[in-house]
Design a protein. Sequence first.
Length: 78
Amino acid sequence: MENHTLTHEFPEFEAKIAELKTNNQAFLKMYVNYEEVNALIQHYEEGEQNHTTDEHLTDLRKKRMHLKDDLYSYLKKS
């Protein structure tokens, strides 16, 4: 199972992520949304019984990708 936490995806921004999580509400909201979607995907992928459809899991992965792109853009401009 791949690790998709934000600090694992962008280790070069680990300090900035920690700072923005405590000092920037807009970033924190995006971060929490990303981590929730990521945790849901991980739950479905690790479960012995998959209680979702392939289409739903694909949609969640696309959402995670878009959130990650948005967060990366935010980190680059901050």
